[in-house]
Design a protein around this ligand. Structure first.
Ligand code: HEM
Length: 528
């Protein structure tokens, strides 16, 4: 035993005698995880969260969360002698006078954008592969909570500098709060500590941004990862992989090394972006003034869809019992997002209601093999994309020399007709891909080699595919639609007739698929 090993052994013994950690570590560090690039998406989110904590802590050393009025006398000449809030002045100070301040601000902002983008792509991977099914529904709901909090956290973050752009965003948030019937104006007064903008809002959102939400994030991420640990990670189907085993590498050393390296890649990319790509140049926007607004105001991308929905809403208002109900804000700002996020959170339960499937699933689905789910996902993304496009209607109009109303009418009509079209097209593509898989299994791979038969006919030579690929292409289940008869076995009409009819209809549409080849089909082909 070398001296180094002896020292390591002594330290490990010392810790183990006091904590009893060795048994636990041995069990958990050898835990096996399946491998696939798409499982790295959650890690990107985790690492950008760590980068956010570190860079954000740096910023708190100099940021002054105060709406007290000051006169700017820093080094950025165009703003000198201007009246502004201490929050804005301190953000300029971090940008221009603190060594590395600008870099840290930009790293923090880029990390936030990557965090949100990573989260959305991670969600898409979980959704399109069916990783949310039993027993992971609870983790899916935690995920939806994290996504919602991420949007709020990001919004509060870019509101802190109190520049003209962020103040405009806060003004929109105030309008959305005020749109709530009856209680709206009271809630807005409560949030702002009086009339807008007041002096209380920035200090309050600072506490929420740096203390409350990161605390909730830490707790939720911990539970999220503990559940991944406890329930085990899903895996792609393949030879030797079943619902009861996990095929992959042990955490130590394979994943420890990979994860460590991957953290530094994510950190490197974020630092590179922070160093070379300007983001949120608040000195160009100027300090917030409720009487001004700059042209081309754009929120961060994850808020763009919400802004787009509000922008496309027609001016609808009702006056009931002396109260104004501003539907033009209420519907796009609260009702539609509320429905979308509730539907998202409940999706695992909705799908299991449609399929009647209450079993556990640890093997992932190929998106093409579940056409309805995939089509619904693409439909929702199309909805979001049209809303996002309209969030930039002014920029699109000026860039492409269009009228702003042209972009808005495209979005108003597009948001209604494009999502269903996306659904139908995606479903057809999935079914075509299933057909292609079936042909591949039955007839093998096209080689491009043409053969002339003795009687002069040309045929293309097909090569049989490997048994592994054939397994992968046929491993999925093709469950039949639910057979929900209107009357039960004794001829008695079932309760909830309309609900059952609806469930039956959806279940039939859901079960539509191209029959995968059976062993008999293969035998028949071999026979020919
Ligand atoms: C702060 C945000 C988040 C972090 C740090 C995070 C992190 C992770 C990590 C590291 C994994 C394991 C590796 C992987 O499968 O990618 C994972 C799995 C999972 N995540 Fe997230 N996630 C976040 C948000 C979300 C969201 C928004 C959803 C969906 C709404 C979600 C749902 C899930 C589910 C269901 C699993 C289990 C997947 C499986 O076993 O295949 N997560 N998450």
């Amino acid at each position: 035993m070398t001296a180094r090993e002896r020292v390591a052994g002594t330290v490990a013994n010392y810790v183990d005698e006091r904590t009893g950690a060795a048994k636990w570590m041995k069990k958990n560090l050898t835990k096996v995880f399946p491998d696939h690039w798409s499982f790295l998406l959650g890690e990107i989110v985790l690492y950008s969260f760590i980068i956010l904590l570190l860079s954000g802590t740096f910023l708190t050393f100099w940021y002054d969360p105060s709406q007290r009025e000051v006169i700017y006398d820093g080094s950025y000449v165009p703003l000198q002698d201007l009246h502004m809030s201490a929050a804005y002045a301190s953000t300029l100070h971090i940008s221009f006078e603190i060594r590395g301040g600008m870099l840290m601000r930009q790293i923090h902002h880029w990390a936030a954008l990557i965090f949100m983008a990573g989260m959305v792509v991670h969600l898409m991977r979980v959704y399109f592969t069916g990783a949310f099914r039993k027993p992971r529904e609870f983790n899916w709901i935690i995920g939806v909570g994290l996504l919602t909090l991420g949007i709020v956290e990001g919004f509060l973050g870019y509101s802190l500098p109190d520049d003209l752009l962020s103040g405009t965003g806060i003004r929109i948030a105030e309008a959305i709060i005020q749109a709530l019937p009856v209680v709206g104006s009271y809630l807005a007064f409560f949030a702002f500590g009086g009339a807008f903008p007041g002096e209380a809002f920035i200090p309050r959102i600072f506490t929420v941004h740096v203390l409350l939400l990161p605390g909730i994030f830490l707790a939720l991420i911990t539970v999220h990862l503990m559940l991944v640990w406890y329930q085990k990670h899903t895996q792609w189907p393949g030879p030797g992989r079943t619902e009861k085993n996990v095929v992959g590498y042990p955490l130590m050393p394979a994943y420890m090394a990979k994860a460590g390296g991957f953290f530094f890649i994510v950190f490197g990319v974020t630092a590179f972006l922070g160093a070379v790509a300007s983001i949120n140049p608040i000195w160009l926007y100027g300090p917030y003034n409720p009487g001004q607004i700059s042209a081309g105001s754009q929120p961060d991308w994850y808020m763009g869809w919400l802004d787009g929905l509000v922008r496309m809403s027609p001016p609808l208002e009702s006056y009931i019992f002396g109260y104004t109900i501003p539907w033009n804000i209420l519907i796009p700002g609260l009702i539609v997002p509320g429905i979308l996020f509730t539907g998202l959170a409940l999706y695992p339960f909705i799908e299991s209601w449609i399929t009647g499937d209450k079993r556990e699933h640890h093997l992932l689905d190929r998106p093409r093999n579940v056409p309805n789910r995939t089509a619904l996902g693409v439909m929702s993304l199309t909805f979001m994309l049209v809303a996002l496009i309209n969030g930039g209607n002014d920029i699109i109009a000026t860039t492409f020399h269009l009228g702003i109303n042209q972009v808005m009418w495209f979005s108003r009509i597009g948001i209604i007709i494009l999502p269903p079209i996306a659904f139908v097209v995606t479903k057809r593509i999935c079914l075509s891909l299933q057909r292609a898989d079936r042909d591949l299994v039955l007839h093998g791979r096209e080689t491009g080699r043409l053969l002339m038969l003795p009687h002069g006919e040309f045929v293309e030579v097909h090569e049989p595919i490997s048994p592994e690929l054939a397994w992968k292409l046929t491993a999925h289940e093709q469950a039949p639609a639910l057979s929900l008869e209107d009357v039960d076995a004794r001829g008695v009409r079932r309760a909830g007739g309309l609900k059952n009819k609806l469930r039956k209809r959806i279940s039939q549409a859901n079960a539509e698929s191209i029959a995968k080849p059976t062993a008999n089909d293969l035998k028949e082909i071999e026979h020919h």
